[in-house]
Design a protein around this ligand. Structure first.
Ligand SMILES: NC(=O)c1ccc[n+]([C@@H]2O[C@H](COP(=O)([O-])OP(=O)(O)OC[C@H]3O[C@@H](n4cnc5c(N)ncnc54)[C@H](O)[C@@H]3O)[C@@H](O)[C@H]2O)c1
Length: 328
């Protein structure tokens, strides 16, 4: 039973993955400083409250817990915040990851799955985006991940560290099996914001409807968090079986506009979404859709949640549950 350190396991995608690992007979151990995550997501998982930048404590923990491999989610994730405070993103995401790499080297751990992002591509020349597309981030957030990807290349070459980099597109939805869902604070993601608008009646602002897309709103590739969690388990097992390093897009290959998502939310909730149209937001490319054929080919991964309706429905079930149960 592999012992897996899950950094950021109290957060959205990390908690889904940690619970899936446990249900698949792996032994996840969570490290999180709870700066952006929630203790209630842990639900009995072995947990250490720790900031990644504490290299010494991390190295001791890796050794004491006899960790075999690491899945590294812990990061700050808001593009807008990264443009207001880039130093925070380089310190937390980049330096935090470098600290983890140092601790892993000391503990002689040589397998890592890393959460990267479609933001590494910036404003791509064409969609769907293959992995060999130009890496040209347009935000400090994207750059904070590119720097880690570059470090992983060199760590592979000279340290024998094998890594799978997963560049996620828009993670969304909630797992039907576990009582988990998306609870970022502040929330910046479209589906939970639309659901909040329905629940509170307070209008949401849509950033621009004059993009060069069929209905003028931005197109994104929405990948269900359970599908994403499955990709991590496959990536981990692949590395443990001796697979080489690689970087893969994690998306469904289908693009949905903001208006498509609004329509799906209205269908699922049976309510009108109150919204206003505002100006474009800096750094939002018109369309981001993944070519994830390499992930499918190499790891045998297949997205199960390919219907936007189903994705929104899972997020709606979670949003309703969290508004009716007391918050922790
Ligand atoms: N949510 C998305 O759509 C999306 C898309 C692309 C990439 N990603 C990447 O996926 C990963 C997880 O995203 P998420 O949506 O689950 O975010 P999240 O904010 O829900 O979870 C991140 C977790 O990391 C913890 N953390 C942050 N910095 C830490 C540090 N220095 N030390 C210890 N713990 C720390 C937070 O407390 C939080 O629990 C991130 O690396 C993010 O960049 C997310």
């Amino acid at each position: 039973m592999p012992r897996v350190l899950v950094t950021g396991g109290a957060g959205y995608i990390g908690s889904h993955t940690a619970h899936l690992l446990r249900s698949r007979d792996h032994h996840p151990v969570v490290v999180d400083d709870l700066s952006r995550g929630h203790a209630h997501n842990l639900d009995g998982l072995p947990f250490h409250r720790l900031n990644l930048r504490d290299t010494r404590a991390l190295a001791s923990l890796l050794k004491n817990e006899a960790i075999d491999a690491v899945i590294h989610f812990a990061a700050f994730i808001a593009v807008g915040e990264s443009t207001r405070a880039p130093e925070l993103y380089f310190a937390n995401n980049t330096a935090g990851s470098f600290s983890l790499l140092e601790a892993m080297a000391e503990a002689r751990i040589s397998r890592l799955v890393f959460s990267s992002t479609a933001a590494v591509y910036g404003d791509p020349d064409a969609v769907p985006i293959p992995e060999h597309a130009r890496i040209a981030p347009v935000s400090p957030y994207g750059e904070s991940k590119v720097m880690v990807e570059r470090a992983l290349y060199w760590m592979d070459k000279f340290r024998g560290l094998r890594s799978i980099v997963l560049r996620y597109f828009n993670a969304c939805g909630a797992d039907p099996e576990f009582p988990l869902g998306e609870e970022h604070d502040p929330e910046t993601h479209l589906i939970p914001l639309l659901l909040q608008a329905v629940l509170t009646g307070r209008p949401i602002t849509i950033f621009g409807d004059d993009y060069p897309t069929p209905d003028g709103t931005c197109i994104r590739d929405y990948i269900h968090v359970r599908d994403l969690a499955e990709a991590h388990v496959l990536a981990l097992d692949y590395l443990i079986a001796g697979g080489p390093s690689g970087a893969f897009n994690a998306g469904t290959g289908a693009g949905h506009s903001v208006r498509d998502v609004i329509r799906a939310v209205e269908d699922v909730t049976g309510a009108k979404v109150p919204y206003t149209i505002g100006p474009r937001r800096a750094g939002d490319p018109p369309s981001l859709v993944a070519d994830s054929s390499a992930l499918q080919r190499t790891l045998g991964w297949r997205p199960r949640y390919t219907s936007l309706h189903e994705i929104v429905d899972s997020a709606w079930r979670f949003a309703r549950r969290s508004t009716t149960s007391p918050a922790e």
